[in-house]
Design a binder for this molecule. Structure first.
Ligand code: ZN
Length: 251
């Protein structure tokens, strides 16, 4: 008989799973509030309608489920054959009928949840590979999914805001984003300050940095390239135009 509860007992992992499940429920709520006709509307991502977002989140669950199957069986099953295949799949998915699109989201989310639930404790340490080629333990897939559902719920442009995203998710997102800048060296002369927590990221050794600051949710929104409401900028890069500079790309 299949267990109806998670096989893992790791408290950190269970907390992460809860966050991902809450994010999925949040995304589902924002999606279900939209009428079929409203699915045709623009998302916050340039060139993508809400249909593209829904398709992307559905296929993302399937791709992550493939990594969990890999972890469970040891048989390598990549997320996607290639980024071209992934992109093609999203564009195809966006053309599905509203009912098919909603089913894709619902069924893929349930399937992923079952894969996570039934993955034995030890298999969570099994190494799998992301579409970016990173080798990560299977446990990392929980964060990979969490990040997608929370942030793309905002991208649906249906009233969700970065303020709705839990603080631990926002903090980890900001770490990921500023870490990607650091790896690429694109954060030169740029400091990011979170005013409602004691958090500072970026080029902190710069003598005359541009400092972008604001509350956590606003800073993450800016850093993720989703707008600059709620952040202010001071320093060399900002003074010239008096405006907040665009955040470096991170994906
Ligand atoms: Zn995404």
């Amino acid at each position: 008989m299949v267990a109806r509860h998670d096989q893992t007992t790791d408290p950190e992992l269970l907390a992460a799973l809860l966050e991902a499940r809450r994010g999925t429920a949040f995304f589902a709520r924002k999606l279900n509030e939209l009428s079929d006709a409203e699915l045709d509307g623009d998302s916050l991502l340039p060139g993508w309608t809400r249909r593209h977002i829904a398709a992307h989140i559905g296929y993302n669950a399937r791709a992550i489920a493939r990594l969990i199957e890999w972890a469970a069986t040891g048989v390598e099953t990549p997320m996607y054959p290639s980024t071209e295949v992934r992109d093609h799949e999203i564009h195809f998915g966006a053309t599905l009928s509203p009912i098919a699109l909603r089913n894709l989201f619902d069924h893929s989310a349930v399937h992923l949840n079952v894969e996570w639930r039934d993955l034995p404790e030890d298999a969570w340490h099994q190494k799998v590979r992301t579409i970016q080629g990173r080798e990560v333990p299977a446990s990392e897939t929980v964060w990979m999914r969490s990040r997608e559902v929370w942030m793309h719920a905002v991208d649906l442009d249906n009233g969700a805001a970065f303020q709705d995203i839990p603080v631990p998710v926002l903090e980890r997102l900001l770490k990921d984003i500023t870490g990607a800048w650091k790896t690429r060296g694109t954060d030169e002369g740029l400091v990011v300050k979170v005013t409602d927590r004691e958090l500072t990221f970026g080029d902190t050794t710069s003598a005359s940095p541009t400092v972008v600051s604001g509350p956590l949710a606003a800073v993450v929104e800016w850093a993720a390239g989703r707008g600059n409401g709620g952040v202010t900028a001071v320093g060399s890069g900002a003074a010239a135009s008096g405006t907040v500079p665009a955040a470096p790309k991170w994906i």
